[in-house]
Design a protein around this ligand. Structure first.
Ligand code: NDP
Length: 268
């Protein structure tokens, strides 16, 4: 009983530091552009030191230079998240050269569109490899360092498609549904050891992944009518949720998937 009271006293925090990420290091996968780059910049604004991942060094160098101009301590870690050996080596290198990873934003992802009866095996395999296997590979590699330290935050980027299906993207929907449940599983296994694993599920945002949808007037019309907020999301609107899930503000949140979707999954 006394232990419980002491533990609860220990976790009382100062309001002014609740959302601060000062001194924390965040690895963001798929941070060469789009949502990953926006979240990296956003976490940086809240004080985090950033490690940017993607497959190719050149765009990561451009991103790193941009963050440094904004006063953010940033490094790059180019590796392919679908290659488990490369992931393990990449995470070891970051831990050795930059220091402990306190926050992982498991964001790298791809999209493939085709009618389901014509969907190719190659596209199916690519989606599973990037959107699902990689979340496990990077999550496990990072957690192996976090577990002995007894703390760490993992945010898996899910999707509105973790909840809803749309024509032509059933395999993507399958991967994002699986990431939602993998998030719950990671939390179930690792929360007892001090880790927090949550999901952030974006609705529809104008990134390279959605180029074709953005160009399609009929889609925008459908989206604005279907979404209670009546519009596309702005990628900056994902930052608040990512900071919350990465900071002490979410200290008792675990295995939760936070929808940032203008209400689309809340309404029929
Ligand atoms: P983008 O296509 O704009 O960016 C994808 C990022 O992932 C790039 O930085 C790319 O870098 C990286 N990436 C892809 N494959 C790999 C790989 N094998 N190894 C390392 N990095 C890789 O996509 P978004 O920013 O739109 O999407 C980011 C995440 O958000 C994805 O998980 C996506 O499913 C999810 N999401 C997006 C939504 C949206 O509306 N845009 C909605 C819901 C979820 P590079 O090519 O340089 O390697």
């Amino acid at each position: 009983m006394i232990m419980v009271l002491i533990t609860q006293t220990d976790i009382v925090m100062q309001d002014d530091t609740l959302f601060s990420l000062a001194g924390r290091r965040a690895l963001v996968t798929g941070a060469s552009r789009g949502i990953g780059l926006t979240l990296a910049r956003g976490l940086g604004r809240y004080g985090a030191k950033i490690v940017l991942n993607g497959r190719h060094p050149e765009p990561l160098e451009v991103a790193r230079a941009m963050l440094e101009r904004e006063g953010v301590d940033a490094a790059i870690a180019p590796f392919d998240v679908t290659d488990q050996d490369a992931v393990i080596a990449g995470v070891e290198k970051i831990e050795g050269e930059c220091g402990p990873i306190d926050i992982l934003i498991n964001n790298a992802g791809i999209q493939r569109r085709a009618p389901l009866d014509q969907f190719s095996r190659a596209d199916w395999d690519a989606l599973i490899a990037t959107n699902l296997n990689a979340v496990f590979f990077v999550g496990q590699a990072v957690a192996r360092h976090m577990l002995p330290r007894g703390r760490g935050k993992i945010v898996n980027i899910c999707s509105v498609q973790s909840e809803l299906a749309r024509p032509g993207i059933a395999p993507y929907t399958a991967t994002k549904g699986a990431v939602k449940n993998l998030t719950k599983g990671m939390a179930t296994d690792w929360a007892r050891h001090g880790l927090q694993i949550n999901g952030l599920a974006p609705g529809y945002f104008k990134t390279e992944m959605n180029e074709k949808l953005v160009a399609d007037q009929a889609f925008t019309q459908w989206l604005c009518q279907r979404t209670p907020a009546g519009r596309w999301g702005n990628v900056e609107e994902l930052v608040g949720a990512a900071v919350f899930l990465s900071s002490d503000a979410s200290s008792f949140v675990n295995g939760h998937v936070l929808m940032v979707d203008g209400g689309i999954t809340a309404s029929v």
